[in-house]
Design a protein around this ligand. Structure first.
Ligand code: ZN
Length: 248
């Protein structure tokens, strides 16, 4: 089975459509695994949910999805994010809301655990450093855990070195193919579709050969100006519009 692994679409339909078209041209996929934050920041939250639902897919709950449902205190977010959350809460249709309400925080599919943030704290914790990653391996049972949330593509590799468990990290290059081989364990982040934060503004995605555990990581340019225009029309905060062009 071939899966399109994506995360953090953040209401950016332009980026999402570009990723879907890219994946189609690369030979297609059987289903989508989405690691949360379908909404928040971007101008098309309802359209992104509706588009995702046209595919066979699974999705876990992200912190922005939870915030859009009013489940968390918006004060926990920075001012621009707060403004975007309030905008999104207001924009969400009843079917979109119902869809987000039903999202699980964690899924296990064969060799893979899926969460938005971390297996230890599925909706909120950021895995940005090997030390944080190292502490996660007691909190899931599968060989591989897939996470999003940081908007930075990364792979954390957990293995025994002279009998001691160690965790190393790797930032993959676009086009790179990486294999999760036995008996080691892994945490992998596909990066963000709709708001990359690794200084590369291109949309990120992964095509995963589930059985062979082959992680094929890609970056795809999309029409950023179009998304920025729609954000402007929607009255979303200026800083959020500007940052898309820089990938931060
Ligand atoms: Zn996010």
């Amino acid at each position: 089975m071939r899966v399109l692994v994506i995360s953090d679409i953040h209401g950016n339909l332009e980026a999402f459509e570009t990723v879907l078209e890219f994946a189609r041209q690369e030979g297609g996929f059987d289903e989508i695994w989405c690691l949360g934050d379908v909404v928040g920041y971007g101008p098309n939250p309802n359209e992104c949910i509706a588009r995702l639902r046209q595919f066979r897919h699974v999705c876990v709950l992200g912190n922005h999805d939870a915030a859009a449902l009013g489940r968390v205190n918006v004060e926990d977010f920075n001012p621009e994010a707060q403004e975007a959350i309030l905008w999104t809460q207001n924009a969400l249709t009843r079917p979109s809301r119902a869809y987000l309400e039903a999202l699980p925080e964690r899924l296990q599919i064969g060799d893979y655990t899926l969460v938005h943030g971390s297996p230890r704290d599925p909706v909120w914790e950021y895995i940005l450093h090997p030390n944080t990653a190292h502490a996660q391996f007691d909190h899931f049972d599968t060989p591989v855990c897939l996470v999003g949330h940081t908007h930075v593509p990364a792979i954390y590799h957990h293995f025994l070195s002279n009998g001691r468990p160690v965790t190393t990290w790797h930032y993959p290059e676009p086009g790179e193919v990486y294999t999760f081989h036995d008996p080691d364990r892994w945490i992998a982040n596909p990066g963000s579709v709709g708001q990359p934060r690794d200084q590369d503004p291109r949309a990120a995605c992964v095509l995963l050969d589930v059985k062979e555990r082959r992680w094929m990581y890609h970056r795809i340019p999309y029409n950023i100006e179009r998304t920025q225009y729609l954000m402007q029309q929607a009255g979303l905060p200026h800083r959020l519009i500007v940052r898309l062009a820089y990938g931060w």
